[in-house]
Design a protein around this ligand. Structure first.
Ligand code: GLN
Ligand code: ZN
Length: 755
């Protein structure tokens, strides 16, 4: 028998029941008992779905009220001492305070889980950090599952990955040094589970799939030697990238099994097929845990067949990674186009697919004839369906001539053509695009979507907002104003709704952090732009001012990174299709008199592959796509881009190669540190380092802004320097926005007078 297992399932509920229950509890509207009941119902229903699909080992430890990385910190007693809580007796309200902060302690930091949009709570490591195992919560859930008649396999974040994921909160100490303290408690945790009769445990060590330093890799053999003597059988979990380079290390670890991701790194299958010992379990994930598409089951079965022949029962099957990253149940979707829906599989459907794969491996393909026929038909339909395939779009990408991504002239010439009409003063001022998204704006949009507000009334409401925004910028004398993005719900969704090739689910929510979920748009087919997307609003805004109005687009990388993307063509193709659609928009904006256009790329860093070896290839097509998105603009049209959230020091040449006339970046929180790197690198084009942090309502003093701007003047030639906030202002209120921008303008005027 090939064991069908999984390491995790969406825990938020098919209709976000957990989100609503948790938020009601936070507000004091429900009791802890009621919240616990919702949680138990979700676990019960998840396990039932998994069992019905034929899963043999069901996950425990994947459920969480906030974050499973926080849960393992609680289970190991290593929560930050600054809260003064005892992990062993931690209450649910205290647990939430760790994640969300309280009156005296700020919340623990969170950050993205590898290259997903899931955010985990970052452990805080001190040399004094202590550990103390406490399996109470896990054992309660194990008992709960068993009482329902299930065979289970707990999933835990592994000790080495756990240390790696955290941050050192003291100088001169290496978090890996905590391993000798952590290990005995991790062992104890496993022993307690073994005493509970747990046979298999999955221990996830995804750092094996990223470029961890040798010291971390060296920790594996001694660590797992210790964990192997605890009386449970361990299957090591890896995912999101390949681990073939560690095959020798892995096959010699004293563990009973290994899970590998066959979707993200199909090339590693051949390596493991050849090298993996027959007496150890190899779990192969060929059903994509991170996407919304149906698998090609015949192909999956054919790929697994030789492994099955070699490994027999030691071949296990699973999704590529925890299903946490995919939406829960396609069955509840009522509005998706029927054909598009027939190409999709959410978590529940992925389990059914695995059930079919298992049957086929055991009893032959004939035993699952109907399911395979349906899967084959969907694959065949997807390969040719006109809803997906647009020949004109494909040809346009295929026929791009070499150099098609270059602007007409180099920057030096372009900036002259731009300055000839823009006549900007030294230190030109601008903002990043959005202005406060007030509750009036959001209510108007909600009413419009519900049909309670007519299109004409909605348009009038948005125009009023835009007019107000332009008027305020006029008063502030901002040199390059924006329209404020009032009409946009979200910077990707707004464009996705207008591009062919995108669709939207009703309930395709994925947990982002805590109770927050996102519903990414879905790119299902070739992307094109049936109509102009922003010209109407931008020209209206331009009609209100003599100053050059900046048009606002979302770049091709960000457009795919924050969506579910089709898996039938390479990402680079999807990206270029979007880029060419944007280029059309740029030309329409130009024609309508909008000659400054910003193409935001906040996700360019986050879309980098996990493995450094793949960076160059990615950056080549990502930057090419960015250039393509405004390649036909006139020299006199000024293209801006904006990036935030990230460090860019190690990819400066790539960012420079994007060749935007102006880049605005987040720098204020690092005291212009990032800008120093741009300065040392001699960034060739114009640059606007953010001079204040937009994440806070606090109005910075003019002295602070002046300090930052003077630092910028030290590293960037003053002729190349712009003045702007760190990022968009949509999360701010109006009063502080005006005050902040006024301070920025005052400082700018003061320095201009000096220069
Ligand atoms: N133009 C967008 C805004 O101002 C940019 C958002 C972002 O950088 N994430 O909101
Ligand atoms: Zn930003």
């Amino acid at each position: 028998m090939h064991t069908f297992h999984l390491s995790g399932y969406p825990r938020i509920g098919a209709k976000r029941e957990l989100k609503f229950a948790v938020e009601a509890f936070w507000k004091g509207n429900t009791s802890e008992a009621e919240l616990q009941q919702v949680a138990a119902d979700i676990r019960r229903s998840n396990w039932a779905t998994q069992q019905a699909a034929g899963a043999d080992l069901l996950p425990v430890g994947d459920f969480s009220f906030y974050d499973h990385v926080l849960d393992i910190q609680v289970a190991l007693g290593c929560i930050p001492a600054r809260f003064g809580f005892d992990a062993a007796t931690l209450t649910l309200p205290e647990y939430f305070q760790l994640a969300r902060g309280n009156a005296t302690q700020f919340a623990m930091e969170m950050t993205k889980w590898f290259d997903t949009n899931y955010h985990y709570i970052v452990p805080e490591w001190h040399p004094q950090t202590g550990f103390k195992a406490n399996s109470k919560n896990l054992i309660a859930q194990i008992k709960e599952a068993r009482a329902l008649g299930h065979d289970i396999k707990p999933t835990l974040v592994g000790p080495i990955t756990l240390l790696w994921l955290g941050k050192e909160k003291a100088d001169g100490f290496n978090r890996l040094d905590l391993l000798p303290k952590l290990l005995p408690e991790y062992q104890k945790l496993l022993r307690e589970l073994a005493n509970e009769g747990v046979d298999w445990i999955q221990i996830d060590e995804p750092i094996l799939a990223v470029d961890a330093d040798q010291a971390w890799l060296d920790a594996f053999a001694p660590t797992y030697k210790e964990l192997a003597i605890t009386g449970t059988r361990i299957i090591l979990g890896t995912y999101f990238a390949g681990v073939a380079e560690h095959v020798d290390l892995l096959k010699n670890l004293p563990v009973h099994g290994l899970h590998i991701d066959g979707v993200r790194a199909p090339e590693q299958l051949a390596v493991f097929a050849q090298a993996w010992p027959q007496n150890k379990v190899l779990s192969v994930g060929l059903i994509d845990g991170r996407n919304v598409w149906r698998a090609n089951l015949s192909q999956v079965i054919d790929t697994l067949a030789p492994l099955s022949a070699k490994l027999g029962n030691n071949l296990w099957i699973a999704p590529s990674c925890s299903l946490l990253h995919s939406p829960q149940d396609l069955a509840v979707e009522e509005k998706l186009d029927g054909e598009i829906k027939s190409w999709m599989a959410f978590a529940a459907q992925k389990l059914v697919e695995l059930g079919v794969v298992k049957q086929a491996l055991e009893h032959g393909k004939d035993a699952v004839k109907d399911a395979l026929a349906a899967s084959d038909a969907a694959a065949a339909d997807r390969a040719t369906n006109k809803k997906i395939h647009n020949q004109a779009v494909q040809e346009r990408v295929a026929n791009l001539r070499p150099g098609a991504d270059a602007r007409k002239s180099p920057f030096a010439q372009r900036i002259e053509a731009q300055q000839a009409w823009m006549k900007l003063p030294l230190l030109p001022t601008t903002t990043i695009g959005s202005f406060p998204q007030t509750s009036e704006i959001r209510q108007a949009r909600a009413a419009f979507k519900k049909g309670d507000l007519s299109a004409a009334d909605y348009e009038a409401a948005m125009k009023k907002e835009i007019a107000y925004c332009v008027e305020e910028q006029e008063k502030l004398q901002i040199d390059v104003p924006v329209h404020g993005e009032a009409e946009r719900n979200d910077m990707v969704e707004y464009f996705g709704e207008q591009l062919a090739g995108y669709c939207f689910s009703q309930f395709g929510w994925v947990q982002s952090y805590g109770s927050r979920c996102v519903k990414p748009p879905i790119i299902f087919g070739d992307v094109s732009r049936p109509n102009a997307m922003t010209v109407f609003w931008s020209t209206y805004a331009q009609s209100l001012t003599q100053r050059p109005m900046k048009g606002m687009l979302t770049g091709p990388v960000t457009m795919f990174k924050w969506s579910f993307v089709r898996d039938d063509i390479p990402l680079s193709q999807v990206c270029k299709q979007i880029a060419l659609a944007l280029n059309d928009e740029v030309l329409d904006l130009e024609k309508a008199g909008i000659k400054v256009i910003q193409i935001d790329e906040p996700a360019i860093r986050e879309a980098m592959p996990l493995k450094k070896a793949q960076w160059d290839e990615y950056l080549a097509w990502a930057c090419e796509s960015f250039r393509l998105s405004s390649t036909d603009a006139e020299d006199s049209t000024q293209i801006h881009t904006h990036m935030c959230y990230s460090e860019f020091n190690d990819i400066l040449p790539a960012i420079a190669s994007m060749d935007a006339d102006v880049i605005t970046i987040e720098t204020s929180r690092s005291d212009m540190e990032l800008l120093t790197a741009f300065g040392d690198f001699k960034y060739p084009n114009d640059i606007g380092p953010g001079v204040y942090d937009i994440h806070s309502p606090r109005v910075p003093s003019e002295a602070e802004i002046e300090h930052l701007l003077r630092k910028a003047i030290e590293v960037v030639p003053v002729a190349r320097l712009w003045v702007n906030p760190d990022c968009g202002l949509k999360t701010r209120g109006w009063p502080e926005t005006i005050a902040q921008l006024q301070a920025m303008m005052n400082v700018t005027q003061k320095l201009r007078a000096e220069l």
